[in-house]
Design a protein around this ligand. Structure first.
Ligand SMILES: Nc1ncnc2c1ncn2[C@@H]1O[C@H](COP(=O)(O)OP(=O)(O)OP(=O)(O)O)[C@@H](O)[C@H]1O
Ligand SMILES: [Zn+2]
Length: 643
């Protein structure tokens, strides 16, 4: 029986849930059944067909409706007297500001991306509202508690960087199927169907740059009246034939590598698939826009031969231009978009064939392209239960018993759940401890735009940044700016740092601020001439976020409360940096506080991705470059998991 204190804490609480997906639906049900009376839910999504078998509250008839509203209605059916307030909105919208957050006693995250997690973390810090964070990826899960001044914040532990590949591996020298998928999705798909103004490295680097770009301009543009099959064949020949020939002419590249072979459409598919101006159906029935369906290819687990991939490539391209023409120019790859997955699979396979890399099925390519980890409903349910347990402790201010709990894939010492005492705030965290950062950058070459995109937005997760050099404003985003201010900031973006008014040079301290997040940090600029293209592809290095843990005299890494440093927790599931201090769990009497160091399997999930641990990116499953093992590296804002 719950004590009076316990039930009063629950009944009097006003709770904000962010995310009504796999974890969020379980969480809402568990909150309602635990007697919570006042729950607010923010989710920006509507229900998709792909959510139906993954989120138990949703039905076919709900497709297209707000997740938050449907989840509310489903739970009100068995708890009609509680108050559930849904918001069909992005948690980053400006109306969810610090004052909005202040009305809640606790915030519970069931998110799927790093960006939103960081944003909510900052608002919780600013509003001084405790946050319970969560993430799952397959069988792995974690729940952590973040209370300002008492425990580390969500950003105290650096998140592992998303797996990235050197540009030249993707554009010119792929050696794994994943490189071909990244090329097909981020370059070719983006070039043909995405925003035309975006930078795109699609053109093969060549000494003859002028010739290359001249040719590229023609091949990718559809004139509007050109026969679509002919256009598709032109694109095909350009990227799989001509560009490969061009790359081959760069002999240095191939001295120690296997040469690719150019592939031309006529050699694979001599005959046209349709008559000129032929049988392309011009209806707008999006559900039938599938190249596989048109071509009679049924099994997504089949590996198509080169000819089948070629047919899917041409057919998918034609379908985009006939059935989804309005979307062209605005599309970005979505793993739930069947036609996009078909196109990317075919393009990746044709490129793989060219580079003598084994071909893969659509099912496999989709998994790689969408960074999919199949979700386990039970893990979501366990994690939702743990969130409620921690939320109740927070409401009772039972600080001593807060735990971060890790759900492991295999029992370790007969335990599947590993509770660990939370760490103290990291004194070098720039978010909760306001510690300055330092940035090595070439101030003569890097533009303000590079700094804004790669550091302020990507690394610091700011949405509406303001950048100051002493009292001078270099850049600002906002709805209330005057035209001349906008013109001024736009011009600044294109200037290299050392030419800004006033110049940003070695020794400058920039102040970067996001007013909505109430997050400010100072960045010390250090000029550096050269960067390693492979290891430092951004051309700049941000540091000072966290410091290495103190070395103990015996050489062991210090772990436990107070040692909340970058090394104190393993950051990837299965990678145990702390095996050195393993204790038998059986030695720990029930009720004894445990630290992660006491468990031999210290699997830890990073919550940046939707699984991010999903997470920063959904816990994300990536295929490791070196051994084709599926690796969880949790953090790209684009990463996704599957339920
Ligand atoms: N910035 C945000 N504001 C509001 N809701 C968000 C934000 N970012 C993510 N979400 C929501 O968080 C939820 C995360 O849930 P989950 O990871 O189960 O995703 P899903 O959409 O249900 O599944 P999948 O990503 O595999 O399609 C989603 O419903 C998503 O809409
Ligand atoms: Zn912190």
């Amino acid at each position: 029986m719950a004590s009076l204190q316990h039930s009063q804490a629950i009944k009097g609480a006003k709770v904000l849930m962010v995310g009504a997906g796999g974890i969020g639906c379980e969480l809402l049900k568990t909150l309602a059944l635990s007697d919570f009376q006042d729950i607010h839910i923010i989710d920006m999504d509507t229900i998709e067909v792909s959510n139906l078998n993954r989120q138990f509250l949703f039905r076919q008839s709900h497709v297209g409706q707000s997740k938050a509203k449907v989840a509310r209605d489903a739970v009100l059916r068995f708890r009609p007297h509680i108050s559930i307030t849904p918001y069909h909105a992005n948690a980053k919208d400006s109306n969810f500001n610090v004052d909005f957050f202040k009305q809640f006693n606790v915030v519970l995250n069931g998110l799927d991306n790093l960006d939103a997690r960081r944003h909510v973390n900052r608002l919780c810090l600013a509003a001084e509202v405790p946050l319970v964070e969560s993430g799952t990826t397959g069988f792995l899960g974690q729940v952590t508690v973040h209370v300002k001044g008492k425990t580390e914040c969500y950003e105290c532990q650096p998140k592992p960087a998303p797996k990235t590949y050197p540009v030249c591996t993707i554009t010119s020298t792929p050696s794994k199927f994943v490189h071909c998928v990244v090329w097909a999705k981020d370059l070719l798909f983006a070039k043909l169907f995405g925003d035309k103004n975006q930078d795109n490295d699609l053109n093969v680097r060549s000494n003859d740059a002028a010739r290359s770009s001249e040719h590229a301009g023609d091949a990718f543009e559809w004139s509007g009246n050109e026969d679509l099959e002919q256009y598709g064949r032109g694109v095909y020949d350009h990227v799989f034939g001509y560009n490969i020939e061009l790359a081959l002419s760069n002999e240095e590249t191939w001295k120690n590598r296997n040469k690719p072979r150019p592939i031309y459409c006529r050699d694979v598919l001599p005959d046209r698939m349709t008559q000129q101006n032929g049988n392309v159906d011009k209806t707008d029935d999006l559900s039938s826009a599938s190249a596989m369906a048109s071509l009679g290819l049924k099994n997504p687990q089949d590996i198509w031969c080169l000819m089948e991939n070629t047919k899917v490539f041409i057919e998918a391209l034609k379908l985009f231009f006939t059935k989804r023409r309005k979307e062209i120019g605005n599309l970005s790859f979505d793993k739930d978009d069947q036609l996009a997955v078909e196109f990317v699979t075919a393009a990746a396979n044709i490129r793989a064939a060219s580079f003598n890399i084994p071909l893969h099925s659509l099912f496999e390519a989709k998994g790689i392209a969408g960074n999919i980890v199949h979700a386990v409903a039970t893990t979501n349910a366990i994690v939702a239960g743990l969130i409620v347990i921690e939320a109740i402790k927070v409401l009772k201010k039972d600080t001593e018993s807060y735990r971060m709990t890790y759900c492991l894939e295999h029992p370790s010492k007969k335990m599947l759940l590993m509770p660990v005492e939370p760490f103290e705030p990291n004194k070098s965290c720039c978010v909760c401890s306001k510690t300055p950062l330092s940035l090595e950058i070439n101030t003569h070459r890097s533009k303000l735009r590079d700094f804004v995109e790669k550091i302020v937005k990507a690394k610091l997760g700011m949405n509406s940044p303001l950048i100051m050099h002493a009292t001078a404003l270099l850049y600002e985003v906002g709805d209330d700016l005057e035209e001349n201010e906008i013109a001024n900031y736009t011009a600044n973006l294109e200037k290299v740092l050392s030419e800004l008014p006033p110049p940003v040079t070695d020794g400058t301290v920039l102040t970067v601020e996001d007013l909505q997040q109430e997050f400010t940090c100072n960045i010390h600029i250090k000029h550096r001439e050269e960067f390693d293209e492979e290891k430092e592809p951004d051309g700049m290095v941000l540091s000072g976020w966290t410091q290495a843990p103190p070395e103990k005299k015996d050489g062991k890494t210090s772990i436990g409360n107070g040692a909340s440093t970058s090394k104190s927790l393993p950051t990837k599931p299965g990678i145990t940096e702390i095996d050195i201090e393993v204790k038998e769990i059986s030695d720990v009497s029930p009720g004894t506080k445990r630290k992660l160091s006491e468990f031999s399997d210290g699997s830890t999930l990073d919550q940046s991705s939707d699984v991010d641990v999903t997470r920063n990116n959904k816990k994300t499953q990536k295929h490791d470059e070196d051994d084709d093992l599926v690796m969880l590296d949790h953090w790209d804002s684009n990463m996704r998991k599957k339920h």
